[in-house]
Ligand binder design. Structure first.
Ligand code: ZN
Length: 202
């Protein structure tokens, strides 16, 4: 949400065709070659596409996050037709994936066979531009709120997204402030500060 609207990612059409056969309940857990190949192919593409940041909260995957999860924007239990649709996949931190999002329903309308026409109750990382939903308070660095003057549907989406991923939590505010600080000083200095802050007394 803090990295702008994401570019869409694609895998080789032949691989996509093979893996689409597993667009069914439980298909994501399949041990077959097509599924394994798809996961190992798309995961690094997603991470690169997201500049190494969680698609939801913007935490840096290099910032002490133990695991990078792949998350289905429309959950895979209720929406089996899009389990392997790259537009429905992002990489996220375990906190956003496991603690907050889990299998909650994010889809409000899936009557179209075209996933890009579905409607969601959260800001969609590929189809929505976060700049249309959120604004930052520059007086309190790191603060985020729903944008003023947007229509009711979008305002609800913005508020729901902030609440769901606790984007205004003290934890994330301090993380964003830290990042803004490091981005504001020359890299040679921020590297030294990071080294000192990670130094453990023996
Ligand atoms: Zn996250």
């Amino acid at each position: 949400m803090f990295n702008g609207k994401l570019n869409r990612v694609q895998v080789d059409p032949a691989l996509q065709n093979r893996v689409n056969a597993y667009n069914k309940y439980g298909g994501w857990g399949s041990q077959c070659n097509a599924v394994t190949e798809f996961k190992t192919t798309i995961k690094p593409l997603l991470i690169k596409n997201q500049s190494g940041l969680c698609a939801y909260c913007g935490l840096d995957f290099n910032d002490g996050i133990r695991q990078i999860h792949m998350d289905h924007i429309a959950n895979k239990a209720n929406h089996t037709t899009v389990i392997y649709n790259p537009d429905n996949l992002v990489c996220s931190c375990p906190r956003c994936n496991m603690d907050f999002k889990e299998d909650i329903e994010t889809v409000t309308n899936c009557t179209s066979s075209d996933y890009s026409k579905w409607e969601f109750n959260i800001v969609h990382p590929y189809f929505d531009d976060p700049a249309d939903f959120f604004e930052y308070d520059y007086i309190t660095p790191g603060f985020i709120r729903n944008k003023k003057g947007i229509n009711d549907v979008n305002r609800r989406k913005a508020i729901n997204t902030i609440r769901l991923f606790e984007l205004d939590s003290d934890y994330l505010l301090s993380k964003r402030k830290e990042k803004m600080f490091y981005n504001s000083v020359p890299k040679s200095i921020s590297d030294i500060i990071i080294k000192i802050s990670r130094y453990k007394r023996r």
